[in-house]
Design a protein around this ligand. Structure first.
Ligand code: HEC
Length: 178
């Protein structure tokens, strides 16, 4: 072989080597793209992963009410079984008495008179309101009401409650505040 042939061989050799490296990098990129579209998606659909995400995005606080069944509340760190632990609010509300609805959804404001709410049992605060009639009071409790004392949120913020449940709570609240 002449020196000229040697150089030619070396040039071709380097070109082939370059192509092989390029193909290897290409295959690596392809593998990454495929796994991002399949493997990652499978992981995100995984029940255990979803349960962990659910837990991370839980509200930071929950209110336990004395004398109520608080077993539906989750304790911090108690993961898993998300669906099983979540209470069924609509069903819960359906067979609650006025007192139970009041304790669950209204007591937070009305027992202590938070944010201008007329206090539970305070006949003086309630007499003029009761004078409006039960229908007006119930409408205000269901649809929300901005009065001079403050803002009463629709259904006390528990929009999952049925209108009947709210009416029962108003009746209980009024009966105890005459
Ligand atoms: C976030 C606090 C809050 C919660 C929870 C809440 N209320 Fe009220 N409520 C108020 C405030 C404040 C007022 C007074 C509004 C005003 O007259 O300025 C009020 C007023 C009322 C009135 C009188 C309305 C009127 O026309 O005078 C009724 C009846 C009532 N609430 C029922 C309920 C019932 C029933 C619940 C539970 C389902 C409830 N509230 C939950 C804050 C609350």
């Amino acid at each position: 072989m002449t020196a000229e042939q040697d150089r030619k061989f070396f040039d071709i050799f380097m070109i082939v080597l370059g192509i092989l490296v390029a193909v290897a990098i290409g295959l690596y990129g392809l593998a990454q793209a495929v796994q991002a579209r399949t493997q990652d998606a499978y992981i995100k659909e995984d029940q255990a992963v979803q349960a962990m995400v659910e837990e991370r995005i839980q509200p930071i606080g929950q209110v336990a009410i004395a004398g109520e069944d608080n077993s539906g509340l989750r304790t911090p760190g108690a993961g898993s079984g998300v669906a099983a632990e979540a209470p069924a609010p609509a069903q819960m509300a359906a067979d609650m008495s006025g007192e139970e609805v009041y304790n669950t959804a209204c007591a937070a404001c009305h027992t202590a008179g938070i944010a201008g709410a007329p206090k539970f049992g305070d006949a003086a605060a309630w007499s003029s309101r009761i004078g409006q009639g039960m229908d007006t009071l119930t409408t205000h409790a269901i649809s929300g009401y901005q009065g001079s004392a403050g803002y009463m949120p629709p259904k006390g913020g528990r929009t999952d409650l049925s209108d009947d449940a709210v009416r029962a709570a108003v009746e209980y609240l009024v009966a105890q505040s005459k």
